[in-house]
Design a protein around this ligand. Structure first.
Ligand code: F6R
Length: 245
């Protein structure tokens, strides 16, 4: 694992954006796995700025997002599809038909998971996958206690994830109870994984994920078994991590 220490959130965003833009510059037809959440917002903003300046071109890129709530339409203000448009896709020149998210309104969940797996397969696999980590160690919506060998599947959100995501909804009752997510198997097949973490509230889980035992109780700990992980964290998030770099 390579570790990049950043001072604060903006510095982390810039360092992570540098890594993603280098990927796209070196391989213009890159397949990028992308996340939502608060952590990547700054790096998407940074990438959009570099696009505007002509430093990076997304016209050949394909994106495949990690997850989406079941039951939300793509234009729902809380959907991840909308998040991606507002925070990233609307500000760069990626071709809309080359951006993929699970369809929250799919009638048949099993078929939707199979469709998503086919997208991953037909794209040739993820060159670079951007991940955040939940306070309980989840990656995507792979919650503690889940199996490591799953591909894309439908999950029931845990209470702690519902509570964590409540900040984006009028109340906890409005948070959807189910979501589609790439599974740990799909995540581990990415060629490079970039993990971004920021803030003191992530310090404990960063330590458990990267310096503790590999266990389904901490889904992010499986990343210790991947041979090409880049961790980019700011001082607060990294303060409990003591591993050789
Ligand atoms: C988002 C996702 C989640 C988040 C995680 C961290 O697509 O898959 O696993 O990465 O919940 O979220 P933030 O960045 O808001 O702390």
């Amino acid at each position: 694992m390579r570790i990049y220490h950043a001072e604060h959130y903006d510095d982390m965003s810039r360092k992570a954006a540098n890594i993603l833009s280098a990927q796209v510059i070196l391989k213009p037809a890159s397949v990028l796995g992308l996340s939502t959440g608060s952590t990547p917002v700054g790096l998407y903003r940074q990438l959009a700025e570099w696009y505007r300046k002509g430093d990076v071109d997304f016209s050949g890129v394909t994106t495949v997002n990690l997850d989406e709530y079941q039951g939300l339409a793509p234009d729902d203000p809380q959907s991840y599809a909308r998040f991606m448009r507002e925070n990233f896709f609307d500000h760069i020149n990626v071709k809309r038909e080359n951006t993929h998210l699970p369809d929250g309104l799919a009638a048949d969940a099993e078929r939707e998971c199979a469709r998503y797996e086919a997208i991953l397969r037909d794209s040739g696999g993820l060159d670079m996958l951007l991940l955040g980590i939940g306070h309980n160690g989840h990656i995507g919506f792979n919650e503690p206690g889940g199996a490591f060998e799953k591909g894309t599947h439908l999950v029931t959100l845990t209470q702690s994830t519902i509570e964590a995501n409540q900040r984006f909804f009028p109340s906890a009752d409005d948070v959807p109870r189910h979501a589609y997510t790439m599974g740990i198997r799909s995540i581990m097949q990415a060629r490079t994984i970039v993990v971004v973490v920021s803030g003191a509230s992530k310090a404990g889980i960063v330590r458990r994920a990267f310096a503790g035992p590999v266990t389904p109780e901490v889904p992010a700990s499986v990343l210790q078994l991947h041979n090409n992980v880049i961790l980019v964290g700011d001082r607060e998030a990294m303060k409990q991590l003591r591993i050789e770099n």
